[in-house]
Design a protein around this ligand. Sequence first.
Ligand SMILES: [Zn+2]
Length: 230
Amino acid sequence: MKQIILPDGRELCYELTRKRVKNINFYVKDEDVVMVSAPSGVSVKFIEQCLAKRANFFFGAFEKIRARKAAQTKSTEGVKWLGKELPIKIIENSRETAVFDENECRVFTRDIGTENVQNLIRAAKIERFKALCAELNEQVRAELKARGSEPPPVVIKIKEMKSRWGSCSYASGNISINLRLADYPRETVLSVFWHEYAHFRYHDHSDRFYRFLLNLYPDYYKHNNVLKTG
Ligand SMILES: [Zn+2]
């Protein structure tokens, strides 16, 4: 990295790469450096003159990048996912999608406005949560089968509910799971699955219901109680 001092005292940093190109190319990649590619025949002195001439343009571009970064961190602090708060990383390209992994949520978009970013994250979260619920449902069913009891056919519905984490219509075989559970740890979501499956046996919240549930999932209280405080 090199820098030039402009007549007014400002410093302009640039990085020069020699390439087999016809012209000198300038590219502002980050908030404080201009990337320059130039053919080998062009002198550093001439390149620096060109940079100085365009200095105001480059400083304007730096300012835009800084403002954009500040807006991003303000509008999108993090996304809750399975008991963690994942930082959001915005990558400007045309894919228009959000991807979750263990450590971060990456949003690929050309429109970095808060509303669009939040919509992409929400859509990705719903998809991920649906897949997780399908997986947990299979886990519970497999464990029930291993214990010798054939689970009833069920349809899992993901809904945003105000007052309940899950519900079970044992007559129709519908289990509804609250989308808000996506904010909580995986084991907590699993505890709701066991709770709803236990309702196929006992339709109330009696002592025998909880005895039966604890037999199926001994850590029930440990993982389910976080829903009472949060
Ligand atoms: Zn219940």
